[in-house]
Design a protein around this ligand. Sequence first.
Ligand SMILES: [Zn+2]
Length: 303
Amino acid sequence: MAWWSRTGGLEAEPKKSVPKGIWIKCEKCTATLYESDLIANLRVCTSCGHHLRMPTDERIGMILDSEWTEHDTTLESSDPLGFKVDGKKYTDQIRSATKKTGDGDAYRAGTGTIGGIPVEAGFFVFEFMGGSMGSVVGEKITRQFERALAHRRPAVLFSASGGARMQEGVLSLMQMAKTSAARSRMREARVPYVAVLLHPTTGGVAASIAMLGDITLAEPDALIGFAGPRVIEQTIRQQLPPGFQRSEFLLEHGMVDQVVPRLELKAALVRALRWFTHTPSPDAGDTIDDSELAAAHRDDDLP
Ligand SMILES: [Zn+2]
């Protein structure tokens, strides 16, 4: 028996709704931003300069000069361990991530140009299971580096990842060694690799391929590290310094060569790629200031 019923009284007010996807709130300063303005500003908050997450499609459009030739789009993860967590099968997780993103896995690689320089570019898709690295991601990165080596084109890799994918267990951890080995063959052949660290780059990806660039650029305030700050604090029983594991902290401690705001990122990449490939600037007035780059390098990395 119901204790009360709503048969009369106040009429429910019609819900006032704001159409989705028009306004976005900055997670840092809470300013409400018009989405089209935000996109025009490469998703950097026009109020406080905070770098909001940029969807991979937009990132690819921002970095490459024009259309690219994407490779290995049909590679798919199998489920070798028959993994299940909270009653959800790994295969179902893959399927729903594919439906959400339109991508087969958490990495996209292809051949294109940046500032007119041919490159083998690769992008972690954070929207796909947190950009986690399993067998497919590892294979795509390895193939990207092998193409770079075969054609002597620089490789550029944008990382945004929660780390190795637990659903594939040790097979995910093996990708750390596999991608690092491919990168090592490039180094022996002196083919350059530019690493760009985005928020967040953590776990097994940070502990392998993301940190092996000839030059390492990072977006401002990106979280970069192996274990999270809370885990470290609990393990060492010490409070961590302010800004720990952020790009600027890593720059101060020599783990990152340059922190580059997103609005300047493509220009910085072009500058680095020209320097590595000895490509003169087409614009006579635009001289390459390579002193900064050279200072950021260890001697053994020089081409
Ligand atoms: Zn803001």
